[in-house]
Design a protein around this ligand. Structure first.
Ligand code: BG6
Length: 501
């Protein structure tokens, strides 16, 4: 383990941001994979106030010592060697405590009240458990008098599986916590480049004046994953790619691209604008469902040169399943800014690579003066890449160099690669930023109830349409970019999915 100067010299967080964190589901996959590493990083970066305490809650038998040992092992495994240092690690582990609790019974909750007794810090309740028990946990916390007027709750997606179930869950949480103290996570909102979208759009007049249907011809949003289902078949099969990825991550990205400028950076100013976009999304009616939406399911294929099974051959699979692992669609935000501008979205499992990117395609010049045979060269594009390497590129047309080239044009990128532009700064994981905002009590990176419900309303009409049509998803080989129909959907408009960077 290497010793880092960063941690030794870093001050320990603003004392006003100290919290008592009660983490329900502390032994679960999300906690181990994401939350503990993120909390450790906050501590190591000097962003976690000294008095912050973390109570892990789960059903299994453990005590503080065995729980710390387990978290330590996970951190050793997940952190890079230059991210580990003894002093930070010890300080972080010392904050941890453990409580064995049956979440469904109010009996054990008194121990949380005892833990909190006399604490001057607000309690943050993090529910890293299935949404169906969010309501019970909130009510038990209330009944046991573990909460006070400053307590906050953090909840993970998916909140429900349709509008109706999400209303039930939100109602149950809302009976205990006011909206101003509910933090609904969409981890895409914590990604560095997603945040940069706000800076890019609203700090640069260059883009501000161009951002509308007069200047933009179409927008693409791709969130492709190389992985398949990874042992989550049961959960995933009930959800499918539309509920798992579009209802939340892709629609949030779309909102940040399409929203009007908020009057300030307050949570509600931003969220009000996002809700307007969700309300303006065109529903898929009549023929549009067959024409503008493609559902796919992967069959056996290759990933990184290795043969991989199809969705129906994965462990625990039901071979009758018609759940989609891929979806592509052409939608529109029906308002003055965007009328007539298609938004092409696609997302899938078992694609050739992990790639999340947004491409804004600007219109051609109205009057063209260069070589007629170069007219087809695509005009400006703004490419915002979220992963794998985060960065922003603006494709511009310049003169091709060389005496023999005359005024021939050549497209080339103006490139901002975050890793090389800011080589010393580590790009924090989305959960670090989100947890920090929860500690500060700031909500702008979290999703408000009405956003979730409008997103469900839009997805529900799509799901209902699919049910009525009852057509099976189109097959695509693992390791490909999805069903051929998803490529045809965009090429029939004279365009193609952007693949260079
Ligand atoms: C989650 C989905 O919300 O996002 C997963 O449930 C998906 O199915 C994951 O794999 C993708 O997140 P990221 O940050 O790896 O793009």
């Amino acid at each position: 383990m290497s010793q880092s100067n960063a941690s030794q010299s870093a001050p320990l967080g603003d004392p006003n941001h100290a919290i008592d964190l009660a983490l329900f589901g502390a032994l679960g996959d999300l906690a181990m994979r994401k939350l503990f590493p993120a909390l450790y990083h906050l501590d190591r970066e000097g962003l976690m106030p000294e008095s912050t305490r973390i109570m892990g809650l789960a059903r299994q038998e453990h005590d503080a010592a065995s729980f710390r040992k387990m978290v330590n092992e996970v951190l050793q495994k997940r952190l890079k060697s230059n991210e580990q240092d003894q002093q930070s690690l010890e300080r972080f582990l010392a904050r941890l405590d453990y409580l064995k609790l049956d979440f469904s019974s109010v009996d054990g909750y008194d121990a949380i009240r005892q833990w909190r007794k006399g604490s001057p810090r607000p309690m943050v309740v993090y529910l890293s458990v299935g949404a169906r028990i969010y309501g019970d946990i909130c009510h038990h916390l209330q009944a046991s008098k573990s909460l006070d007027n400053e307590s906050r709750v953090v909840v993970e997606k998916p909140i429900g599986s349709d509008l109706h179930s999400s209303i039930e869950i939100n109602d149950a949480i809302g009976e205990v916590f006011p909206e101003s103290r509910i933090y609904r996570i969409d981890h895409y909102l914590g990604k560095e480049t997603v945040q940069n979208l706000i800076a890019l759009r609203f700090a640069n007049p260059l883009f501000g004046t161009q951002w509308n249907q007069n200047n933009i011809s179409h927008v693409e949003i791709t969130v492709a994953e190389k992985v398949g289902i990874e042992g989550r078949w049961g959960y995933f099969d009930e959800a499918g790619q539309l509920r798992d990825m579009v209802q939340n991550h892709l629609l949030q990205l779309l909102c940040l691209i399409a929203m009007d400028p908020p009057s300030n950076l307050d949570a509600d100013a931003i969220r009000d604008e996002k809700v307007k976009v969700l309300k303006a999304l065109k529903p898929f009616v009549g023929e549009a469902l067959g024409r503008d939406v493609v559902r796919g399911q992967y069959i056996a294929g290759n990933s990184d040169g290795q043969a991989v099974p199809g969705y129906l051959e994965e462990e625990d699979a039901n071979i009758q399943s018609q759940t989609e692992t891929f979806v592509a669609m052409k939608t529109e935000v029906a308002n003055w800014r965007w009328a007539g501008v298609p938004f092409y979205l696609r997302t899938g499992k078992r694609m050739p690579e992990k790639l999340s990117q947004i491409v804004i395609h600007f219109r051609q010049q109205p009057h063209y003066i260069f070589d007629p045979d170069q007219r087809g060269i695509a005009s400006n594009k703004l490419i915002i890449r979220l992963q794998p390497e985060e960065g922003i590129a603006l494709q511009v047309l310049t003169k091709d160099s060389g005496l023999d080239k005359g005024m021939r044009l050549r497209p080339g990128p103006l490139h901002l690669d975050f890793n090389s532009a800011f080589p010393k700064s580590r790009i924090p994981d989305a959960y670090e930023r989100l947890l920090l905002e929860v500690m500060k009590g700031q909500q702008y990176l979290f999703v408000r109830r009405d956003e979730i419900e409008h997103a469900w309303r839009w997805c529900d009409q799509l799901i209902d349409g699919w049910k009525k049509r009852d057509t099976p998803p189109r097959r695509y080989p693992a390791g490909s970019w999805g069903p051929v129909a998803s490529i045809a959907m965009i090429t029939q408009d004279g365009r193609s999915w952007y693949e260079d960077y």
